[in-house]
Design a binder for this molecule. Structure first.
Ligand code: PMP
Length: 464
């Protein structure tokens, strides 16, 4: 079906945006100085179009979420049909509706193993909040109420709510709102390029895992509720841990009887070439949070996967778990998620990412390694990163400071027709899982051209 292209008055939208809208995660002074936001008006496949008519290859799948790409009529139809039949009903007070029940069973079959139940929420942050409250509630039911501490990593991203920011390891976020809340401990991240440059990857993995065990021993294992981590850190800069890291983390959690939680909000639904990121690393978490790719961003929906032994505790001990949202199990969002999973399965997007497009992206990114500004390229499945450095073969940044080069290269990429993010000095990409080889070639060639254009600008930088 061809959707008619609507005309928007972009100048008026930008005026209204400044007059009335506070966009998310934004520097409001900067946006005002630039005359308002870039207005994205439509999208098709892996391409977004802005109000000025520019076609931009969406190297970020929206915000790490549009796994099946844009323009899926099937998903619009699923929402339309469900809205006419039953747009909304809740799951409080012993009620349920067909879509979330079917979706729970479908997700359970994808999670496999002892992860047999899901709790629905709307956003990734809420899925993490559910982890936070359920883990502490579980330990109370188990008669170990002192197990309240969560161990997380610096530079982790677990959302923007109070619990999400607290569990996350972003210092700038902690500074706004007097966070973290008590009971969260942060340890080093498994960032080989940044924190173990030149170190043997396995020795580094052992060192990063040891930091977790050390902290557990410091605070007392009997006080620790859970460890939480993204299989691959996304918003922290696409940090792909060395292979030996996760099995060691799992062993440490088991040794001290601590719950293992994987935040799969980005890694879930095919991103790493498996249904879930923890499947790639071969570990068995006790809870997982998922969102984004669950509905490919077409409607907000998230879920928290819960292991049998936690569900058994809730069932045996009884009493209300007084937690949940108006939109927990939203029928229309769940119907869209079901149709989205149909597409992922029918088009084999998980396998294609693992066997075809993921390795293709890795090879394409690796061609950038000869560029004088590139310190490393890395990817797993369809999530990747390019590290920008002052001298090749090192991890030295421009002006010996983080964050000088990233925004320059990112802005050039966008101007050259590619949406990517610059996280400090790391250019990251996370394209829709439907991306083609030709589009991957274009993605990489735009990064190269943008690096070429950035080089004279960056080499001319002078300390203030
Ligand atoms: N966890 C992870 C790993 C994420 O990447 C994100 C979002 N980028 C969140 C949680 C929070 O999700 P949301 O923005 O939907 O609240």
């Amino acid at each position: 079906m061809t959707v008619p292209i609507r005309n928007h008055d972009i100048a008026e939208l930008r005026r209204l945006d400044l007059a009335h809208h506070l966009p998310a995660q934004a520097d409001h002074r900067l946006i005002a100085s630039l005359g308002g936001s870039r207005i994205i008006t439509r999208a098709e496949g892996s391409t977004i179009f802005d109000g000025e008519g520019n076609a931009i290859l969406d190297g970020m799948a929206g915000l790490w979420c549009v796994n099946v790409g844009y323009g899926r009529e099937e998903l619009a139809k699923a929402a339309y049909d469900q809205m006419l039949e039953l747009p909304y009903y809740n799951t409080f007070f012993r009620t349920a509706t067909p879509p979330p029940v079917k979706l729970a069973a479908r997700i359970a079959s994808k999670m496999g193993g002892h992860l047999s139940h899901v709790f629905f929420n709307s956003s990734g942050s809420e899925a993490v909040d559910t982890v936070f409250r359920l883990a502490r509630h579980y330990w109370k039911l188990k008669g170990q109420p002192q197990r309240r501490i969560f161990i997380s990593r610096w530079n982790a991203y677990h959302g923007s709510t109070v619990a999400g920011v607290s569990l996350g390891g972003m210092k700038a976020m902690h500074a706004q709102g007097d966070l973290p809340v008590p009971g969260v401990e942060h340890v080093m991240q498994p960032y080989l390029f940044g924190e173990g440059f030149g170190e043997d990857p396995d020795a580094f993995a052992a060192r990063a895992a040891q930091a977790i065990e050390d902290r557990i021993l410091e605070v007392g294992p009997e006080n620790v509720a859970a460890f939480i981590g993204e299989p691959v850190q996304g918003a922290g800069g696409v940090i792909i841990p060395p292979e030996g890291y996760w099995p060691r983390v799992e062993a440490i959690c088991r040794k001290y009887g601590i719950l293992l939680v994987c935040d799969e909000v980005i890694c879930g639904f095919g991103r790493l070439g498996q249904w879930f990121g923890h499947h790639h690393y071969g570990v068995k978490p006790d809870m997982i949070s998922m969102a984004k790719g669950l509905s490919s961003g077409y409607l907000p929906i998230s879920a928290t996967g819960v292991a049998d032994h936690i569900v058994a505790e809730l069932r045996e001990k009884g009493g209300d778990f007084v937690h949940g949202y108006t939109y927990s199990g939203h029928p229309t969002a769940a119907a869209v998620a079901l149709a989205n999973l149909d597409i992922i399965e029918r088009e084999g997007l998980v396998e294609r990412t693992r066997e075809d497009t993921g390795p293709y992206l890795a090879r394409a990114l690796a061609t950038l390694n000869d560029h004088p500004l590139v310190g490393e390229t890395r990817s797993l499945g369809l999530i990747g990163a390019v590290e920008i450095v002052r001298e090749p073969g090192t991890n030295k940044r421009f002006l010996d400071k983080e964050g000088e080069a990233g925004p320059v290269v990112r802005d050039l990429c966008i101007r050259n027709g590619l949406m990517v993010r610059g996280i400090r000095d790391t250019i990251v990409c996370c394209p829709p899982l439907i991306i083609t080889h030709a589009e991957i070639d274009r993605l990489v060639s735009i990064i190269r051209r943008s690096l070429d254009e950035a080089e004279p600008i960056l080499r001319a930088l002078k300390p203030e």
